[in-house]
Design a protein around this ligand. Sequence first.
Ligand SMILES: Cc1ncc(COP(=O)(O)O)c(C=O)c1O
Length: 322
Amino acid sequence: MPLKESRTIWHDGALVPWEQATVHVLSHALHYGSSVFEGIRVYKTPDGPMGLRLTDHIKRMYDSAKVYRLIIPYPLETLVAACKLVIRDNDLTEGAYIRPIAFRGYGEMGVAGNPEDPAVCSVAAWEWGSYLGEDGLETGVDVCISSWQRVAPNTVPALAKAGGNYLSSILVTLEARRLGFVEGIALNTSGFVSEGAGENLFLVRDGKIYTPPVAASILAGLTRNTVVELALALGLEVVEQQIPRELLYIADEIFLSGTAAEITPVRSVDRIEVGSGKRGPVTERLQTEFFGLFDGSTRDRWGWLEPMLDATDVRADCPVAV
Ligand SMILES: Cc1ncc(COP(=O)(O)O)c(C=O)c1O
């Protein structure tokens, strides 16, 4: 699906026209994957557009940068403000996806780059529908176990959301799509279930919810955490444990969670039906709670929704160049 262009992008401290937010072909990140980024969804709510866990996402970006000794030359508040600014400046009040990124830019071509050089930072936002398809949210998607495993511990850090990690995700997704599946699930190098190419995984069996632990080479998804909190608030039991592959074949329900994928049911794994082959009741209940955050039917007792059009004068931090 082609990207739906917006008007402006925040690029190192200023808004620039969309087509001018470009980088040099010798930028370090382009060659070595040395970028860290985030994906944040903005939802339309009765109280105006809200960023779901915006600050938590930006915090994770700083954590990812720390692992790679990448200096983000702005305080966290500036990047949060820049996210609000691109929503406001592009009139994305009906909902959007925000993509902040920090990367090693042009200057040194040695593999390590110069750790003292500050990262280049940008924030873009655009309209983006459901990642695994609108229908998928209701009917569920068909997935396969990938022949590609997730990165092993102490190789490429899975907890950092870094550009280079997505080479693994690309292989998983390409293989899945080539074989006619919507998404691929990767095992870790111990042979246990890790996660989808861009989503965390949950399964339901005998009324309990299971998800792989952080040590299973997953990205610690914020949607994963949101799902866990919503499930606990409903009085459901959530168990973090290593999941053998065959448990997926005999699960009552499976669903994927992620900012892009939201909560997407899985109806088959390797062409084996999950439960009755339809969205299960626990998945549906959690979807109702999750989407209820945006129409007000679920009370946001966690402070996850952050107003995108609040009075903060974001322009003071972010001079406008257009
Ligand atoms: C590999 C991977 N796992 C899990 C997730 C889900 O993370 P989150 O819920 O924070 O979007 C993502 C998406 O960012 C991802 O790329």
